[in-house]
Design a protein. Structure first.
Length: 305
């Protein structure tokens, strides 16, 4: 089944060229199916790129998904045309009386700030609290994962001596969980961050389950509330060239930028990236939608609580 996307969303043409099946709302309304409602709070600077990355993964489910995009009133993005934001995004204040089967909250380029120093921290806290009663299952990604764990469970973040940058092997700690159905014992995950979580803090909280980690990149996936919340510290949604773009951008403005680890073929930035995470990224998102959203959400969406 395809995804239902807003008419004229740029990702539609991009994904159709990749032979990915999507449809706009005009076409989807002709089908008499109750689609799963997924809302994405996109805090990343390059909104269109992140939209496309996430939609690419969500498109693999056999279920029909209706995608909505949420934005903050307390923050105006600088790297996305205002026309795009006005056409495809809605303020949280206009959506707070709605309910959704699933939610994805992205990372944000504010991880080196204390949470309380982030200009939109109050609104983000309101959204975190709202998701508890208005969404069946929520994926928190990168900064959002750290922020969500801090807000809901008091888990602190810690600065790293140097940026965690590259593709790192992860180990599943509970392979019988449906989120890992079809996974190998180890899988790869992109990371790009300056802060980390400590496993002892996660293990000390009885409401949290550490379900995947890495000897190199540390805590990678934490589950709470039997799968109503997942906190993912990396970026399985990244496209093949994302770390390359980031590396070359930073290298042009600083002289201390290290090569992303386990990324380029033969560690040579003149060669293309070696994509090692895409299959498990598709599996994880497909498993989340199927087992933690579709199988758990009520048919009458108003009954989500």
């Amino acid at each position: 089944m395809p995804l239902r996307l807003p008419d004229r969303l740029p990702a539609i043409d991009i994904l159709k060229r990749e032979n990915i099946f999507v449809m706009d709302n005009t076409t989807a309304h002709r089908q008499d199916i109750r689609p799963l409602r997924i809302v994405i709070l996109n805090l990343m600077p390059l909104k269109i790129t992140t939209e496309t990355d996430l939609i690419r993964l969500l498109s693999n489910t056999p279920l029909q998904l209706e995608i909505s995009f949420m934005k903050l009133q307390s923050h105006t993005p600088k790297n996305t045309p205002i026309e795009h934001m006005m056409m495809f995004y809605r303020d949280f204040s206009s959506m707070r009386n709605e309910k959704f089967d699933g939610m994805i909250i992205t990372g944000a380029p504010v991880e080196q700030l204390d949470f309380e120093d982030v200009s939109y921290w109050q609104e983000v806290q309101d959204i975190f609290a709202w998701a508890r009663t208005h969404v069946t299952s929520t994926l928190y990604i990168c900064w959002a994962a750290q922020a969500g764990l801090y807000y809901h469970y008091g888990i602190p973040k810690y600065p790293l001596p140097k940026k965690m940058f590259g593709i790192f092997p992860q180990c599943t700690l509970d392979p019988q969980l449906p989120i890992f159905r079809g996974f190998d014992d180890r899988f790869m995950m992109p990371h790009s961050r300056h802060t980390e979580l400590h496993r002892e803090d996660i293990l000390a909280c009885p409401d949290l389950r550490l379900i995947a980690e890495s000897d190199d990149s540390g805590v990678s996936i934490v589950m709470a509330r039997e799968g109503r919340e997942f906190f993912i510290t990396g970026h399985l949604e990244y496209a093949p060239n994302t770390l390359d773009t980031e590396y070359r951008r930073d290298k042009d403005i600083r002289n201390d930028v290290e090569l992303p680890r386990n990324y380029y073929l033969d560690d040579d930035p003149q060669k293309p990236p070696l994509v090692t995470w895409r299959a498990h990224a598709n599996l994880l998102y497909n498993n989340w939608v199927n087992y933690y959203v579709y199988q758990a959400t009520p048919y009458d969406i108003s009954k989500i609580e």
